[in-house]
Design a protein around this ligand. Structure first.
Ligand code: ADP
Ligand code: LRH
Length: 474
């Protein structure tokens, strides 16, 4: 059987990529086509997602993907899948975007959190949607927009990957894995939670019909300048973390995963949600996975702590800082560095990270690292500590034994972080693949096309056979 080629659009918090995925029996290969920064943009009314610029980059990337796929007489792109980060959305009226979508790191939801919890106490909310408290979950954002009068103007909200798919195909849907991050989906993922939506005073008509990974969203319209008219857009795990989890090569039943990029999403895959008091108090989430699986995980602040520190140092010195050099220097630090709580919400907004970390350490009577290398070591030690803690807590809360940790995503290249995580958890770490999210996106499309066999386990087996992880023992 010949190779099938699909295109994956994968937009993470720090960068987006368009990739070609070449798939066949025993074959799974990615070809990088385009990469572009995701970033955010500050306007006078807050922090926003430059979604039009993202769309432009996606269109350019897809056009180039098609050129490459067919350049040497190869097969055309059989399907396109889009994933991006969760929770954020654009508001529309009659299909027209109303304003620039907000970015989840904007602080406009502070008052909305209080009013949502007044209407539905958090204990009840957790029983309804199974989500950990994150102040930016879509339900708080929509409540803030409602208070601001925006929902009187809008007739629909589309999550970012759904918005991009709409602009390409003209079809307006809500892909289910990403819909699970809104807080407005029933915890079993079966349907929108209309009674919760009503209790929050939100218009239920604002949420479009659900589609599941593997279903067709639509075909690229002639108006989309991709040169791909008629190509099929297939729903994948459009929440980037859902796609990443598809491609974690967990061939062992007792594995935990860390999807490690801007965020560290740390947990296990389950068949059923865990809605216990202990899970709620530990702030663990039950997000919807591909094939109805549950992603039982905790959001750890992730490499945002490092990238935001590098941004501050670059602004201060006017120089470009190479990440690898910085990590090598951190690896060579021999003095014991203090550990801070990587999950402290004060680290969420953009801004001077080293100063915030130093303030946390002083407040806790801990020494402040004296050099950049020592600060990086302190960040990496603190992340490894939070990762190890979340893995062990996921196992404890779910009753699922864990004997190995898979780290995927850009952060799997951070050898120091993987080694320290193994040490702190007392478990082996298998690092890679780096592009798990794009792979998961490609795999779900290939399965929908009938190129790959059915179960997630079979898909993961293919990842395990075609990639080689780096191993760190405790
Ligand atoms: P996202 O999907 O959130 O945009 P990625 O999975 O692309 O994130 O991971 C980005 C992170 O990966 C960066 O913040 C950086 O810390 C880390 N990273 C990227 N390249 C390397 C590298 N060569 N060595 C170590 N870490 C790296
Ligand atoms: C990672 C991610 C994560 C969400 C956050 C908003 O990119 O999608 O799973 O919690 O962004």
């Amino acid at each position: 059987m010949s190779t099938t080629t699909v295109a994956a659009v994968d937009i993470g918090a720090s960068s987006g990529r368009v990739m070609l995925g070449h798939v066949g029996p025993g074959e799974l290969r990615l070809e990088h086509v385009a990469r572009f920064p995701t970033g955010s943009v500050v306007l006078p009314d807050g922090l926003h997602v430059n979604v039009v610029e993202l769309y432009r980059a996606v269109v350019d990337g897809l056009r180039e993907a098609r050129r490459r796929a067919t350049a040497s007489g190869g097969p055309d792109i059989a399907s396109i899948g889009i994933d991006a980060w969760a929770v954020d959305y654009g508001l529309l009226r009659d299909g027209r975007l109303l304003g620039v979508p907000y970015h989840y790191r904007d602080s406009r939801t502070d008052a909305a959190v209080r009013s949502v919890h007044q209407a539905v106490p958090f204990t009840e909310l957790y029983a309804e949607n199974g989500l950990q408290f994150l102040p930016f979950n879509t339900l708080y954002q929509l409540t803030a927009d409602n208070t601001a009068g925006m929902l009187h103007l809008a007739d629909q909200a589309l999550l970012i990957p759904d918005l991009l798919a709409y602009w390409l195909t003209g079809e307006r849907v809500a892909e289910a894995t990403n819909a699970s991050t809104t807080g407005l989906l029933r915890v079993d993922g079966s349907a929108w939670n209309t009674s919760l939506i009503e209790r929050l005073g939100l218009p239920d008509s604002i949420l479009p019909p659900l589609v599941r990974p593997g279903e067709t969203i639509g075909r690229i319209t002639e108006q989309s300048p991709t040169g791909l008219d008629g190509a099929t857009v297939t729903a994948v795990g459009s929440h980037d973390t859902a796609s990443a989890v598809v491609a974690v090569p967990m061939t062992e039943p007792d594995a935990a995963y860390i999807s490690c990029g801007t965020w560290g999403l740390v947990g296990v895959e389950l068949e059923h949600p865990v809605l216990s008091d202990a899970a709620r108090e530990a702030n663990f989430t039950n997000e919807g996975g591909v094939d109805g699986r549950v992603r039982f995980l905790h959001n750890v602040m992730g490499l945002w702590l490092l990238s935001e520190s590098v941004r501050a140092w670059e602004a201060e010195s006017g120089e470009t800082i190479e990440l690898n050099g910085l990590l090598d220097a951190a690896g060579a630090v021999t003095d014991l560095q203090p550990v801070f709580d990587a999950n402290d919400p004060r680290f969420m907004p953009p801004g001077d990270m080293p100063t915030r970390i130093a303030a946390w350490l002083r407040e806790h009577d801990l020494p402040v690292p004296e050099s950049r290398a020592a600060m990086v070591r302190c960040i990496v030690e603190s992340l490894a500590d939070a990762f190890a803690d979340a893995v062990l807590t996921a196992s404890e809360l779910s009753g699922k034994p864990v004997s190995v940790i898979h780290v995927v995503g850009g952060g799997s290249q951070n050898e120091l972080l993987c080694r320290l995580t193994a040490q702190r958890a007392g478990l082996p770490v298998l690092a890679g693949p780096v592009e798990a999210t794009a792979l998961g996106n490609v795999l779900v499309q290939a399965r929908a096309l009938g190129v790959l066999p059915g179960s997630l386990e079979a898909l993961r087996d293919l990842v395990a056979r075609t990639t080689r992880p780096r191993r760190d023992d405790p």
